[in-house]
Design a protein around this ligand. Sequence first.
Ligand SMILES: *[C@@H]1O[C@H](CO)[C@@H](O)[C@H](O)[C@H]1NC(C)=O
Ligand SMILES: *[C@@H]1O[C@H](CO)[C@@H](O)[C@H](O)[C@H]1NC(C)=O
Ligand SMILES: *[C@@H]1O[C@H](CO)[C@@H](O)[C@H](O)[C@H]1NC(C)=O
Ligand SMILES: *[C@@H]1O[C@H](CO)[C@@H](O)[C@H](O)[C@H]1NC(C)=O
Ligand SMILES: *[C@@H]1O[C@H](CO)[C@@H](O)[C@H](O)[C@H]1NC(C)=O
Ligand SMILES: *[C@@H]1O[C@H](CO)[C@@H](O)[C@H](O)[C@H]1NC(C)=O
Ligand SMILES: *[C@@H]1O[C@H](CO)[C@@H](O)[C@H](O)[C@H]1NC(C)=O
Ligand SMILES: *[C@@H]1O[C@H](CO)[C@@H](O)[C@H](O)[C@H]1NC(C)=O
Ligand SMILES: *[C@@H]1O[C@H](CO)[C@@H](O)[C@H](O)[C@H]1NC(C)=O
Ligand SMILES: *[C@@H]1O[C@H](CO)[C@@H](O)[C@H](O)[C@H]1NC(C)=O
Ligand SMILES: [Zn+2]
Ligand SMILES: [Zn+2]
Length: 583
Amino acid sequence: MYLLKVLVLILSTIEICVGLKTENLIQRTLTNSPLVAPHLIEASRQLNQIKDDPDSACMLCQQVISGIISLRRSNSTKDVMMDYLNQLCVLYTDWGEDGCKGRTDIETDTILFIIDNKKDLQPARFCSIYFQSYNCEDPNADNWSIPLPDYAANVASKYVYQNDTDSVQILQITDVHLDPLYSPGSNAKCSEPLCCDSGVPANPEDAAGYWGDYKVCDMPWHTMENMMERIREKHKHIDWIYFTGDIVSHRSWATSVQSNTESIKLMFTLLEKTFPNKTVFPILGNHEAHPADFYSPDTVDKTSNVSTQWLLDLAADEWSRWLPNATQSTIRKGGYYTVLVKPGFRIVALNSNVCFISNLWLIYENLDTFGQLQWLVNVLSQAEKNGEKVHILSHVPSSDDINSCVKIWSKEFRKIVLRFSDTIVAQFNGHTHMDEFKLYFNASDMTEVKNVAYNGASFATFVGSNPDYRIYEVDNNNMSVTDYSQYTFNLTQANSNAKSYPEWYKLYSFKETYGLPDLTHKSLEKLYWQMTMNNSDNALVDTYFKLMYRNSDVYNKAGCDRKCKKKLVCLIAAVETTESVYC
Ligand SMILES: *[C@@H]1O[C@H](CO)[C@@H](O)[C@H](O)[C@H]1NC(C)=O
Ligand SMILES: *[C@@H]1O[C@H](CO)[C@@H](O)[C@H](O)[C@H]1NC(C)=O
Ligand SMILES: *[C@@H]1O[C@H](CO)[C@@H](O)[C@H](O)[C@H]1NC(C)=O
Ligand SMILES: *[C@@H]1O[C@H](CO)[C@@H](O)[C@H](O)[C@H]1NC(C)=O
Ligand SMILES: *[C@@H]1O[C@H](CO)[C@@H](O)[C@H](O)[C@H]1NC(C)=O
Ligand SMILES: *[C@@H]1O[C@H](CO)[C@@H](O)[C@H](O)[C@H]1NC(C)=O
Ligand SMILES: *[C@@H]1O[C@H](CO)[C@@H](O)[C@H](O)[C@H]1NC(C)=O
Ligand SMILES: *[C@@H]1O[C@H](CO)[C@@H](O)[C@H](O)[C@H]1NC(C)=O
Ligand SMILES: *[C@@H]1O[C@H](CO)[C@@H](O)[C@H](O)[C@H]1NC(C)=O
Ligand SMILES: *[C@@H]1O[C@H](CO)[C@@H](O)[C@H](O)[C@H]1NC(C)=O
Ligand SMILES: [Zn+2]
Ligand SMILES: [Zn+2]
């Protein structure tokens, strides 16, 4: 969402040149749209003060947004608005002319719809969401909570449906970010937000690698085909597949319903072809949407040209090859569903992209979008009564290193997880592209781990990582994860000999690497406390960092200092946005 990017860049690049650019903008604005100019003058005055001062950041945000809203409120046409938004983008982002024009073309209708239809829209609304890390306040914030039912009678161990000792093997593939325009040898160091599609590199070392690239690039199709072939050959005993979102590339200034649809269909067709007899349980990523990240709530007319209903309908159609008919209605409503996989075991697949702060629709309506969390509580209550165990699939984790999930959703979600922690045996996330896990402690006293969320990292190298896929071993009786193995290849090595296939290998087993007897909550809790020992001079945290980016040369070289390590450990136990902001 480029408004966010504009503001973040304003905040992060407090340099003289930015000041000069601001002067230019003010000059131009004074001539073009006198109404907005005062806001920008105020904004530029504050540029020098905002560094680490949350109040200034919030005020600056309000000035800029106020400018946009009042320009529209003064009956400016779409053309005038586009021109203005485009100017802001060009001046304050590193996206270049094409990137800015593309984003403006794609996003303006939604921005104007929200300003026009939310008559009481105040700048604080926007800033409290986009700048939630700065704790910007909105006196008119939507406030809501999902009531939680009392505990049902203890029926947790009702089902013992297998007597064999075989474990279930679950493949997770996530964040594949396929770029149909990826072109080996093209310029990987370009001036746009995503490279590797065109141009001649100035230096040979900036040429896009054949199998992918550590620079700001997404993935070529042939690398995806290679991974699929490798999994099909080497892992004959996969029982089913979790596909946790983000198919479409980061070229967000050039998406369209048609091109996103093509990428999405290609991916699901390839999955079906590669694993003809396996069930894939897919969820949506924020990048599947067009405009990227935008999921319109169901209070927006589905026939309106800003509605993103097309994506939910597409998902319902595409996923019907694996999912039972009964999932259709909730997928069409909000992109979420549940399936009873076998007696006593249920998968709940969420569309947590609605909580992503880059989902502009949160400005319009920051509620329980699609009634999804209320539905989640209903499903979990019933599962609890039935003594079922549940795996939750969710693209955006309930908190992350950049505080992606909007606070109120994050808070309600965590409450739900803690309430149903006996029913939910594990969660499976994507989105961060980091191999990481999260522990939901029982409360702030941190005395007991109640739940765990595993993040499958990413097939995409974006940015600096080696590609990966993962296989979980799950106990057939209680459906707990007993171990997982991460598979990857060394991209430097693969690209050095593009004629050979990449050498995929098992990077590690979680249990073995961290020396755990099992992956029970008790063992994970013990691991967490071990990781907090020795003032961040801790071998386990070094390992955690190395594996986070799949032992990539880029990150190994960059390293992780004390502050970085402290943050990584902090994030393990930060499961709500109000906690992750302090990491
Ligand atoms: C904008 O147009 C509306 C409807 O035509 C009118 O009532 C309002 O006064 C106009 N606002 C300004 C600032 O011109
Ligand atoms: C939201 O409502 C809850 C109770 O429903 C209350 O405790 C909380 O303070 C409210 N938050 C805000 C920001 O008004
Ligand atoms: C598993 O073993 C128990 C005890 O021997 C038996 O009661 C149960 O029916 C068996 N379950 C299955 C699915 O075979
Ligand atoms: C899929 O199942 C069918 C029917 O059970 C079987 O004939 C076929 O060989 C299986 N295909 C694979 C790839 O396992
Ligand atoms: C979408 O609808 C709005 C309002 O009806 C209109 O102003 C806008 O031009 C439309 N956009 C496109 C791309 O058709
Ligand atoms: C699934 O639903 C469609 C229409 O909604 C119906 O035509 C079809 O028969 C249903 N299939 C099953 C197996 O129930
Ligand atoms: C957390 O769990 C511990 C151990 O069971 C217990 O002593 C403590 O009271 C719990 N805290 C809360 C807030 O539930
Ligand atoms: C699940 O079963 C495994 C044995 O396969 C055991 O090690 C683990 O403790 C069990 N987990 C729970 C939560 O009961
Ligand atoms: C990856 O491969 C390159 C080239 O063969 C090698 O220099 C590098 O050490 C390898 N990286 C790791 C982490 O093994
Ligand atoms: C912490 O330091 C002690 C003493 O140097 C060492 O024996 C121990 O292995 C360290 N623990 C971790 C988890 O690194
Ligand atoms: Zn992603
Ligand atoms: Zn994502």
